[in-house]
Ligand binder design. Structure first.
Ligand code: ARG
Length: 585
């Protein structure tokens, strides 16, 4: 593993700080936002001034003097109240670029050091088709899983299926109404392993049953009774539950595959069902939970809370499993996994209060002590009216419908492409359409919602997935053409001299830092924005600097090297975002 460019600059600063007896933890520079002033800027003199009680400008002058003799820098300038602007020597930049290119990690740090992070994402509910709300959790969660993996974490992706709640009782009671003689209800086994309904029927049945239960108290009472019986272990209801769960999960797994989303476990709420009663009893006995009007609650408010923090509802008088209780029991189970350091819940921001309650209750209960618990919330996918995305009929949009629409739009673009053989067009449209949806979902701040506009997000121009796919395809094609040239015209080291070349290479070498930043902020959008910036810088470089047409062999070799570096980091970034690149487009 090689050090990233910024780490190497900091290393150079560290030796200067050591010489000058300045606090070593301040030896740090940032990529400059004004390339005309320098490649990096160090603000440390300002902070150091407070520690060593000398004027910042004088300290900056000393730092600059110490660095001027350093061959890694071509120019060192002091500006303003004590900023040190650093211009890297071309040779140093090329050397770092060359070592980064041969580093399998491409300069990404091993921060995780093999610690385990659980990513709880997807969260589909059994019997309900995946809807647009699940899209974000799947796409963001998958990217965060890949990003942590790249940073040396051991990752465990868990879908945490909603498979143990009231919806199961709604379904079984609805099925009993139409087919009371099914063995599940008559008591005697053996029970058929085939589900009594098809997937289509199931997906229609659930909303009907839910609506009926909402409208009719008698239906709701039946649903609750069935849920309680299921949770108490009724063998017939368990057998029915099992077949319905399987039917639904099998369909969901196909959607995961379509989105190229991978789970290490498809565990669900039901997996901790046996742990719930003992957990509740333990928390009651230890006084962590208290009685409140027949229910059991855990107080989670803390002095200094800015907003009201209601107690967590642990158990109701009827004893049915509750969402928060299942989450606590699941966390307790996860805490047994060796090396667990962090759990990231990628769930709708509207559940923020729930997770605050669960995390605080876990702390009070001593569950998963020392494990970092974080909620990576996200905003809604909206229609063009700015409201949560609905189907044309006004219903909840299914994930499939949304993907189909994007793939269809992408198909219209591919239709006219002469570069692509007719029989490859459908596959290509799928790859472009899905990348377009995923990229739109990932770019931007995860907490803000975004407007789903299929037409715009499949565009080949602008900040879109297809634009980035195309950038990679183009770089590959340049390198492929170069590969067919004589030996003296092959790829050389990425040695940048022109401003557009240097700006591109500097941005490429920030890859490792961006991956870290995306993980620390739990924002794949950081990486998405960086990838778009790289593609734009590459276009500018390609416009101004001839590559294959360049006559000078050495210059061409260096430019091909820059192309190779750009391709390597951009390609890796797209993998971390979960975006697949076609061979042609
Ligand atoms: N099934 C839940 C829902 O649809 C999401 C689950 C999120 N994960 C969790 N551990 N609570 O709202």
């Amino acid at each position: 593993m090689s050090l990233s460019l910024s780490a190497r600059v900091d290393e150079a600063l560290a030796s200067a700080f050591h010489l000058l007896a300045l606090p070593p933890e301040l030896a740090h520079a940032e990529p400059s936002s004004r390339p005309e002033l320098g490649d990096f800027q160090c603000h440390a003199a300002l902070a150091a001034a407070r520690v060593v009680r000398r004027p910042p400008r004088a300290i900056a002058d000393e730092i600059a003097a110490a660095l001027r003799g350093d061959a890694r820098f071509a120019a060192v300038e002091v500006a303003g109240p004590g900023f040190v602007n650093l211009r890297l020597a071309d040779g140093f930049l090329a050397g770092v670029a060359a070592t980064t290119l041969v580093d399998p990690a491409l300069g990404v740090r091993n921060e995780g050091e093999g610690q385990l992070v659980v990513l709880d994402f997807g969260g589909p509910n059994v019997a309900k088709p995946l809807h647009v709300g699940h899209l974000r959790s799947l796409v963001l969660g998958e990217s965060l899983r890949r990003i942590h993996g790249a940073l040396g974490w051991r990752t465990h992706g868990d879908a945490h299926l909603g498979d143990w709640g009231l919806q199961m009782g709604m379904l079984s009671s609805a099925i009993r109404r139409t087919s009371p003689s099914l063995p599940y209800f008559t008591g005697a086994g053996p029970y058929p392993s085939e589900p009594p309904v098809t997937l289509d029927e199931l997906e229609r049945l659930y909303p009907e049953a839910a609506a009926a239960s909402r409208e009719d108290p008698a239906r709701m009472a039946e649903a609750r009774a069935d849920t309680a019986a299921l949770q108490a272990g009724d063998p017939g209801l368990l057998a029915l539950w099992h077949t319905l769960r399987q039917l639904s999960v099998d369909a969901q797994v196909q959607d995961f595959a379509l989105l190229d989303v991978h789970f290490d476990a498809l565990d669900g709420e039901s997996d901790v069902r046996d742990a719930i009663a003992p957990l509740v009893e333990n928390l009651r006995a230890r006084g962590v939970a208290r009685d409140s009007d027949g229910a059991l609650v855990i107080d989670v408010a803390l002095p200094g809370d800015a907003t009201e923090m209601p107690p967590l509802l642990l158990a109701k008088s009827d004893g049915a499993a509750l969402y928060a209780t299942t989450d606590l029991a699941t966390l307790q189970a996860r805490a047994q996994m060796p090396g667990l350091a962090k759990v990231i819940y990628v769930v709708d921001q509207r559940q923020a209060l729930h997770f605050q309650q669960v995390f605080r209750a876990a702390r009070r209960a001593g569950i998963a002590d020392g494990v970092d618990l974080v909620h990576a919330g996200f905003g809604t996918v909206n229609g063009k009216d700015g409201k949560p995305f609905k189907t044309r009929q006004g219903g909840v949009a299914r994930l499939r419908d949304l993907l189909d629409e994007a793939v269809e739009r992408a198909g219209e673009r591919v239709e006219s492409s002469e570069r692509v053989a007719v029989d490859e067009r459908a596959g290509l449209a799928a790859m472009i359409g899905i990348a377009a949806v995923k990229f739109a979902d990932l770019s931007g701040d995860r907490l803000s919602g975004y407007v789903f506009d299929a037409e715009r997000l499949v565009a080949f121009e602008g900040k879109t997935g297809p634009y980035l796919q195309y950038a990679v395809v183009r770089m590959r094609s340049i390198l492929e053409k170069a590969g067919a040239q004589p030996a003296e015209q092959q790829v050389g080291i990425p040695h940048a001299t022109q401003p557009v070349e240097r700006e591109l290479v500097l941005a490429c070498l920030a890859f490792g830092d961006k991956v870290s930043e995306a993980a620390h902020l739990l924002q794949p959008g950081v990486l998405a924005a960086w990838a778009y910036d790289i593609a734009q810088r590459f276009s500018k470089f390609y416009d101004r600097c001839p590559i294959l047409r360049e006559e000078d062999d050495a210059v061409r070799a260096h430019r091909l090297g820059i192309c190779q570096l750009t391709l390597a980091v951009l390609q890796r970034a797209l993998i971390l975002l979960g975006i697949t690149v076609p061979t042609r487009m």
